[in-house]
Every structure is written in C-alpha cells, then in structure tokens.
Ligand binder design. Structure first.
Ligand SMILES: [Ca+2]
Ligand SMILES: [Ca+2]
Ligand SMILES: [Ca+2]
Ligand SMILES: [Ca+2]
Length: 637
C-alpha cells in the first residue's frame, strides 16, 4: 500500500494551494442564502415543542468575540467536561481567520484561543474539528491550512493540555493537497487518529489518509490510507472508535452522492478495512455529510441528509439508519417536514442505545432553528422516536449543531446563534450522572493470608445534587482482564459510602468501578480504580541467641533472620518491622523494637540483660505505608 508520509516533495510544485478550492461548495453558501426548495409531499408526523426538553442548561456564549463565530464542534470527556472548536472570521475571504478552541475542563469556560490561518485567500481552508483525551484534560484541534514552505495544503494538529497549547504542527505532510481533518480517540488506548482527504496523485482524487499518535511517546505513525474505492474521491468522512478499538467510518462518494460505511477492528492495519456498504443510496445532493455514533455492542448509528424529489431540487430531510446485531435496519426520515432540514449530528447512549439527533431546520416562521429528536424509552414500553424539540427558538439564524454524549451520559450541544448582530457559539448541556468521588481502596489479608479484603470508600458527587441517587453499584474484574470482564459484585444504598469486598484471592489483583445509580436506574460510572497488593508477612523466621560468656550469660544478643515473601513485589517493599514481647507473657501485645531496610533480612536485638527470654515476630512494611500481618512467632529457648 502506498504510504503518504515520506513522499519526496518534488511533486509538490504542481500542487498549488488553491487545489483545495475545487472540493466544496462555496463557504458563503449559507443555508439562509439558498433558493427555497419545493415542499415535501409528506406531512410531518412529530409535533414540534417550542422549548428544549427538561434538564438542559441555559445556553452560554462561549465565543464572546467581535468576529463572526461559526462552524462549531464539541467533544466531551469521561468527567463530563467539554472541548469546543469553531471558526472566527474577521471579514470575508482574504481577511484574517482563526481556528478557535475553548474548554470548561477546569469547571468554568476559559477565554477562546485563536490559531490564525496562514492562508486566507480562499474560503476552503480551516474546517476545524475537536476531540479530547478520555480523562486527563487534553483537548485536540485539527484543521487544514496552507503550508507556504512546501506550497501545499496540510492538516494542522494542535494539542491543549488543560487549556494551554502544548503542541502544534503539520501532520499530513504529503505532496498532495491534504484537507478536511477528522479526529477520533480510542476510549481505552487513548490513541488519537487523525484522518483527512489527500490528493495523493495530484489529479484531484482524494483518498482517505490517516495517521495515529501514541499517547505515551506522542509520536505519529507513518501515513496509511483507507483502501476502499481507490481512485474515487471520498468526502465528508466521520470516524469513531468503539470500546474494543474498532474504527467505524462513514463517508460519501459523489456523482451520485451516496453514503458508505466501512469498519476496521485493527485500524493500525490498513489492510483490515471491510468492504464498504451503501447506507443511504443516492441522496440526490452534492454533499450528504454523514455522521456516525457507536454503542458498546459495536452497532452503528448514522445520520445524513438527502433530497426527496430529485437532484438538489426538493425538500431536504434528515435520515437515520442503524445496525442491530450488525444488520442494517430500514432508513427513517427523522425531519419529514416541508422546510429544509440540514446539518444533522448524532449521539448515542452506548449502553441503553437511546439516540439523540440534532439538525438545523428552516421553520415555517422563516427562522433557522436547531432541532433535537430523541429515540428513548416510552411509557408503554419499548423505545420510539419522540416529538421534536426546538433548542433555540429565536428570531435569529440558529444553526450548525454539534452534539456529543459523555460516558456519564451527559449531553453536550453547541451551535451558532446571535448575540445582537454578532454571530456567536453557544453551549448547552444536559448534565449526566456524576460518578462517586474520592474513591479509595484499602487492601488487607486475613491472618492465614489466604484471603484478601478490599475495603472501598467514596464520597457523593455534588454534581448529582438535583438527582435522586438511590444506590451505588460496585463492579469488579481481575486487574489483568479486559474491561468487558467487569461484573457487578454488589450494590449499597445511596447513603452508604463504603463497601468491604471479602474472600478474594490473597495474591490476586482486582480493578473496580463504582457507579452512582439514580432512582430511574441510570448509572454514572467511575473510571477504573486498581486495588493494592496484599502485604504478605515474612517467612522462615528463626532466632539464634549468642551469649557473652565473659559476663557469665548476663548479656546476650538475639538475632532474628527471615525471608522475603515471594508474593510481595520487591518494588513495593520498604523494609521490615521487628516486634517482641516477653516470652512468659502470653497475652501481652508485641512491641516494636526495631526495623530493617528492604534488603536486610536479619535483625540483632543486642545487649539484652540475661535472665529474660523473648518472643519475636516480623512484619513486612510497604512503601505505601501499610504493614502486613505478623509472621510466625519465634520464642527464645
Ligand atoms: Ca463572535
Ligand atoms: Ca499535503
Ligand atoms: Ca425537511
Ligand atoms: Ca433562530
């Protein structure tokens, strides 16, 4: 397979920056500026509710900038924090233009950070996308821009560590025009995948190129391509990585514009992409802009928009299609309205398989609004598509939604709307269920050292103040097992904040997740917490007594020797504590008399006055501060 990266730049001379301009319709072809299309023959069957559903927060202006703010996208992490990118236009084509980033990882929204484009002479530059690490506060931004040093269009990658920019650079670095980035993060391995269109051959044929970045070394792989429909341009891809590491990808071909799906269980091997499957049929559009989400079973959920009455001539509708057990179900027309319905995005609850789709709609009141439709549990049982909620409902142009669900089942929506005459980016969320906080595990062994007890403690999450948390569930797996091995071991009431997990293998290592559970049974699950190793007592304890004959046995030295327990990891051991008591006082407590370092396996209890006999026992001390059980007791003869 032809690699992208490593091509000599000799071919670049023929690929001028303006190559990218041929690919998309004009940037200023805003929804509101297009000619009206004829009415859909079908009447809408869902009602439109004038407000958001309950639980959504008041929208916040997170751009708050003098420039024209548009094309937002949101990502969300395991802690329910959001990472948003968008564009800042300081005028028309030719004027400065910045790719903006903001996050509320710290608990409050910061100020936008702007990455100004080098190349602003055409409109088809930028198109920022955002992603985030699952848990550590790192946000990722990518977009395409002119690289004047190489006279070529390249994809730029920017890393923000807890809100501060920590890396930026060109990542595509191919001789072909490289544009329209897509970011996807593996939720377990944390590998970042960056995909883009690349005109590898310089003939305006755009292949899907990609690289990935190792989270530990932060080095990028060499270039790969998705070898499907080679020689035909593939556009507007969207990719997600499921919890098993499988990549799921949608894109559209053109002429006719049709949405296809392919997946790859091992996306770091470009030869394992599956044969593409048509999802949409002919959309009768120039661009269908498919979006994809995936559940924990690996089933996929795709939305796109299509025309119903011929090529770019009829009413647009938002279409939805899913797989169940890997089998594609019939498409569903979610908008089904006389007005234009565009810009659809999707989020899925990976456990319950609830579906959330947002799009922008030209309403009968001649206003663009962001609509939300949900596929959720119905009172009579089963799931169904409900009514449509108008998330914006103002006289201004409200459009370009981006929607994500975080692992706590919080929903995050961004879109553009107006603050006076200024176009801004707004953020609203439906908070998820916060996991228990301050989770700690103490691990102890029984006296026979054949069973381990893990005592878990935690605290309520204040973000759940508006919810009724009725229970906490405890999930456990062997530490070395995959996450799919997590199983519930018990649950306690919502007012209990500790749990003792007993009878475990003494030398085993275990991993836990705790979940806050609402009265409705929904869960907010914590990250994985590892237990501690058991502290095993030293073995083979012996005692020798050396008397000082000169003093007629009046003074003696007792030397205790012992062996390290083979179940203790030497890296964990800080040393040993030596205890003694008078041999005749059977009921007395052992008292600490001394200690040794981890590599010293004997202790001399020196200069003991004669006549008194002692009993000794030794404990292992761990670097985390824990001391294990007493070893076998040795008694002076
Ligand atoms: Ca603005
Ligand atoms: Ca390039
Ligand atoms: Ca419609
Ligand atoms: Ca509006």
């Amino acid at each position: 397979m032809k690699k992208i990266v490593g091509f000599g730049l000799a071919a670049a001379a023929v690929l001028l920056l303006s190559n990218g301009a041929a690919q998309v319709t004009s940037r200023r072809d805003e929804p509101g500026a297009r000619t009206a299309r004829r009415e859909d023959p079908e009447a809408r069957t869902a009602a439109v509710i004038a407000n958001p559903p309950s639980g959504w927060t008041t929208p916040v202006n997170i751009s708050n900038s003098p420039a024209w703010s548009g094309l937002p996208m949101v990502a969300a992490d395991n802690n329910g924090k959001a990472y948003v990118c968008w564009e800042e236009w300081y005028g028309n084509v030719g004027a400065p233009r910045a790719m903006a980033f903001n996050t509320n990882y710290s608990g409050a929204w910061g100020t936008l950070d702007e990455n100004f484009l080098a190349y602003v002479a055409i409109d088809d530059v930028g198109y920022p996308v955002v992603a985030c690490d699952p848990a550590d506060g790192t946000g990722y931004l990518a977009y395409h821009d002119g690289d004047f040093a190489n006279a070529n269009m390249e994809v730029v990658f920017v890393e923000y560590t807890q809100g501060a920019k920590t890396w930026e650079g060109y990542v595509s670095l191919s001789p072909g025009a490289s544009d329209y980035a897509n970011l996807a993060v593996d939720p377990n391995s944390r590998v970042v995948y960056l995909m883009w269109f690349d005109d590898l051959t310089g003939r305006d044929i755009f292949e899907l190129g990609y690289r990935w970045r190792d989270p530990a070394t932060k080095t990028w792989s060499s270039g790969s391509i998705v070898p499907v429909f080679l020689g035909r341009s593939k556009y507007w891809r969207d990719m997600v990585i499921d919890k098993t590491g499988t990549a799921h990808l949608v894109f559209n071909l053109r002429s006719p514009t049709e949405v296809f799906y392919t997946k790859n269980p091992t996306p770091q091997n470009e030869s394992t992409w599956t044969a593409p499957v048509s999802v949409s049929g002919n959309t009768d559009r120039d661009w269908a802009q498919p979006r994809i989400a995936v559940d924990n079973a690996g089933d996929v959920y795709v939305v796109w928009y299509a025309n119903t009455g011929g090529y770019e001539t009829a009413t647009e509708e938002v279409w939805f299609r899913r797989t169940v057990g890997g089998v594609w179900q019939s498409p569903v027309n979610l908008s089904n309205s006389p007005g234009r319905s565009e810009g659809c995005v999707i989020a899925v609850d990976p456990e319950s398989k609830d579906v959330y789709v947002a799009w922008h709609e030209l309403t009968e009141a001649a206003s663009w609004e962001v609509y939300l439709r949900m596929f959720t549990d119905q009172s009579g049982g089963g799931k169904a598509w409900g009514d449509i909620y108008n998330m914006t409902n103002d006289a201004a142009h409200s459009a370009e939604p981006s929607l994500r669900m975080d692992p706590q089942k919080g929903l995050h929506l961004v879109y553009h709307d107006y603050a006076g005459a200024n176009q801004e980016i707004f953020y609203t969320q439906k908070p998820g269920i916060g996991p228990p906080l301050n989770i700690a595990i103490d691990s102890t062994l029984n006296s026979a050292e054949d069973q381990k007890t893990n005592t878990l403690t935690w605290a309520a999450n204040p973000s759940n103040a508006s919810l009724s948390i009725t229970n906490y569930k405890i999930y456990r797996k062997k530490a070395a097992d995959p996450d799919s091995a997590f199983a519930q071991v018990n649950q306690v009431s919502g007012t209990t904040f500790s749990y003792a997990d007993t009878g475990l293998e003494s030398a085993g290592r275990y991993a836990y997740r705790l979940a806050s559970v609402t009265s409705a049974g929904a869960e907010g699950q914590s990250a994985t917490i590892l237990d501690k190793p058991g502290v095993f007592a030293p073995t083979g304890v012996t005692l020798t007594t050396a008397a000082n004959k000169v003093l007629f046995y009046e003074i003696k030295d007792n030397t205790i020797t012992f062996a390290a327990h083979g179940f203790n990891d030497p890296a964990d051991v800080a040393g040993y504590s030596i205890y003694r008591k008078k041999a005749k006082d059977e009921g007395a407590a052992m008292e600490l008399v001394g200690s040794t370092g981890a590599s010293v396996l004997s202790y001399k209890d020196a200069q003991i006055k004669g006549g008194q006999k002692y009993a000794y026992a030794v404990k292992t001390k761990f670097k985390d501060g824990r001391e294990g059980n007493f070893s076998a007791v040795v008694v002076e003869k």
